[in-house]
Design a protein around this ligand. Structure first.
Ligand code: SAH
Length: 226
């Protein structure tokens, strides 16, 4: 786990953004079935209130998605925890690609657990805000890029895990092509109202093994850059 260089009261949080608020959120996630201690410990420490606008900071430790501007959202903590668990379940990946940086929260959770995280975001303004948060919290193992993440990050492939945080019609072949042989991809798939969280791993004889995990609700995976 990264140790934060500047544990100012603002970073640690006070009142509704305090350690107690984070502890309560983690208790709730445990009750809802999140089991991986490593994931729970990161969520207990990482100040989610710094990943949303100040006006929303007091709601940062409710188990809800919140708006982050440009029609996008920071994912619900339970979904972040579940997706991270799914990525870690068959061994801790070394290099992870995230598609859809958004606020940067999911990326920071991953960066606290694995060696290197590569993250791609199509909206420059969101990416710049996320980069500021990574710097402020002292993360040095995150590389980020303004691009259409449906294309992955070919120059840095292969990845041991790929996590997509916006829902496409199906899983992009370009992303599957950038997975390492033991790699795992977790992504929401399907149209609004009928999305499923899916995990894909390499199976026998080059076939993909696909598991449907749960019904979810994500913003759409869009083409091009904004
Ligand atoms: N992981 C984020 C979730 C943000 S919501 C977090 O923890 O806050 C999903 C994000 O995916 C949005 O910021 C949206 O702009 C971005 N997105 C959508 N389509 C994309 C694409 N093709 N490439 C990169 N990012 C994309």
């Amino acid at each position: 786990m990264t140790s934060y260089p500047h544990l100012t009261p603002e970073v640690r949080g006070l009142g509704m953004t305090s350690q107690r608020a984070r502890d309560r959120l983690v208790d709730r996630l445990e009750k809802e079935g999140i089991r991986d201690r490593r994931v729970l410990d990161v969520l207990r420490q990482l100040p989610r209130h710094l990943f949303v606008d100040e006006a929303l900071a007091t709601r940062a430790y409710e188990d809800d998605a919140l708006p982050i501007g440009r029609g996008q959202t920071i994912s619900q903590p339970q979904v972040v925890a579940r997706m991270t668990e799914l990525v870690l379940e068959h061994g801790v990946p070394k290099r992870v690609l995230e598609v859809g940086t958004g606020s940067g929260y999911q990326c920071a959770v991953l960066a606290a657990l694995v060696d290197h995280v590569y993250t791609v975001e199509r909206i420059d303004e969101l990416l710049r805000n996320a980069r500021r948060r990574f710097r402020r919290l002292g993360f040095t193992n995150i590389r980020s890029r303004h691009d259409d993440g449906r294309l992955g990050w070919p120059d840095e492939a292969p990845f041991d895990a790929i996590l997509v945080t916006a829902a496409g019609a199906d899983i992009e072949d370009a992303l599957l092509a950038q997975l390492s042989p033991q790699g795992v991809l977790v992504a929401p798939v399907g149209p609004s109202g009928r999305q499923q969280l899916v995990r894909v791993r390499a199976g026998e004889e080059g076939a993909w093994r696909r598991e449907v995990i749960a019904a979810v609700s994500f913003v759409p995976l869009l083409g091009g850059v904004g």
